[in-house]
Design a binder for this molecule. Structure first.
Ligand code: UDX
Length: 431
């Protein structure tokens, strides 16, 4: 088994470290955030990731997983060095590599001979050369090993991936990295670094394109009177299309798709290709936010503008507590801008923790602790994130406590016959 340093303990770094220790490797995870490292060393997991707490606990107990402050402290005794630091979107749309370069420069002087440095974070095409330049170590190989982890299922996605991609021109380094995954049952493909980095961006951009396409089809369905649920069901039987990632919604978001899709459009532009298709995918997504917000505002107007909107769901998808680039928030920004009051509930957002206010200080919405408090006196109820508990709402109770009889189901979560039977006007997406 190998000794691995993980630089950065966000959902990618923490998941990668915990899973590598589960696979039998000796892992040291480093972060600059000292209090966070103390909590992690104490087994406290700061993010919602199914199964992660169990793997961290297992690693701490076995001694296969440790947490330290500072990248150099982790890298000084390791053979592999995984860079899992943030690569946020810069002002100009390009990825900001300052954290990556800072991490590389911090470990350059302590890397043991013949180390392998691995880019796990989503980095622009050509970043292995950037890291190699910063390291300035001819005895150290730099390899791309992009992650395909979805938030909320990151552990399962790491241990049961559809594929492992390794980008390296150094065959021996590629084989050494591939060996880290020897206990993972998945195809391992080795290519050059630029192709590996492009696979990551192209995969995310394709998935975002698929979602914008299905959201556009939903709009078409509304225009022609088709039911999008049946349309996507009929499409999904075609193995070339597949059933996954065909759920219409309020638009797509999260900490990856928006950032990576914009970054790829920028990478293309810098390389001299006007990726207008991708810009249209981004535009359709913005329009989906607009359309969903308009449905909600119209539903309040239908109630003579009396009362607020009960917004159910703030996170960018169910199963996570991540609010970054959340479609729900994008929609609610537009709803509040139209002068409509919002009272919101999300099972992953604590009432007394200013979680929303910290990230979105300009968003003026009230946060409450349950869906019925949100719905009390509401002109309309909007489902914006597909939390399972919203499937089981008590519409008899809602009919009693709400001021209006309007439902905007932006995730097509509900069987619309249930609210309709109780006199609600149901508005879905594409149905
Ligand atoms: C994504 C990619 O799936 C993953 O491979 C990559 O490594 C990181 O980015 P993630 O951002 O965690 O993962 O979320 P994902 O499950 O892909 O959902 C992204 C957005 O699309 C969410 O807002 C989600 O609600 C939306 N979505 C997803 C839909 O609207 N409909 C769908 O059918 C699926």
């Amino acid at each position: 088994m190998a000794s691995i340093a993980i630089i950065g303990t966000g959902y990618v770094g923490l998941t990668t470290g915990a899973c590598f220790s589960h696979l039998g490797h000796d892992v040291v995870c480093a972060d600059i955030d000292e209090p966070k490292i103390a909590r992690l060393q104490n087994g406290e997991i700061p993010i919602v990731e199914k199964g992660l707490d169990r793997l961290v606990d297992e690693g701490l107990r076995s001694g296969k997983l440790r947490f330290v402050v500072g990248a150099a402290e982790a890298s000084k005794d390791a053979e592999f060095h995984y860079l899992c630091v943030p690569t946020p979107q810069g002002e100009d749309g390009a990825a900001d590599l300052s954290y990556l370069e800072a991490a590389a420069s911090e470990i350059a002087g302590v890397l043991p001979n013949d180390s392998v440095v691995v880019n796990k974070s989503t980095v622009p095409v050509g970043s292995t050369r950037v890291v190699a330049r910063v390291l300035g170590r001819s005895d150290v190989a730099v390899v791309s090993n992009p992650e395909f982890l979805r938030e909320g299922t990151a552990v399962a996605d790491f241990l049961n991936p559809d594929r492992v991609v390794i980008g390296s021109r150094d065959q021996e380094a590629a084989i050494r990295v591939a060996a880290l995954y020897s206990r993972v049952a998945a195809p391992i493909m080795v290519t050059d670094p630029v192709s590996a980095e492009t696979i990551k961006y192209a995969s995310n951009a394709f998935l975002a394109s698929k979602l914008s396409f299905v959201n556009a089809i939903a709009t078409l369905c509304e225009a022609v009177g088709a039911d999008v649920n049946d349309v996507v069901l009929g499409m999904g039987y075609d193995s070339r299309i597949g059933r996954e990632f065909l759920r219409p919604g309020p638009g797509w978001g999260g900490s990856c798709f928006p950032k990576d899709t914009k970054a790829l459009a920028r990478i293309a532009e810098d390389a001299g290709y006007d990726f207008s298709f991708l810009n249209e995918v981004l535009l359709v997504n913005e329009q989906q936010f607009d359309r969903t917000a308009a449905k909600i505002v119209d539903s309040v107007d239908a109630a003579a503008g009396q009362g607020h909107v009960a917004a159910l769901g703030l996170t960018f998808k169910a199963g996570t507590d991540d609010l970054r680039d959340s479609p729900s928030i994008e929609v609610l920004k537009r709803v509040t801008a139209a002068g409509v009051k919002v009272r919101a509930y999300d099972p992953a957002v604590l009432v007394d923790d200013n979680h929303v206010g910290r990230i979105y200080p300009d968003l003026d919405i009230e946060i409450v602790g349950d869906p019925y408090t949100a719905a009390e006196g509401a002109a309309s109820l909007a489902i914006l994130t597909e939390w399972d508990e919203f499937t089981w709402l008590d519409f008899d109770k809602l009919a009693e406590i709400m001021g209006g009889r309007n439902i905007v189901d932006a995730r097509n979560l509900l069987d619309d016959t249930i609210p309709r039977r109780r006199g609600f006007k149901y508005r879905g997406i594409g149905r």
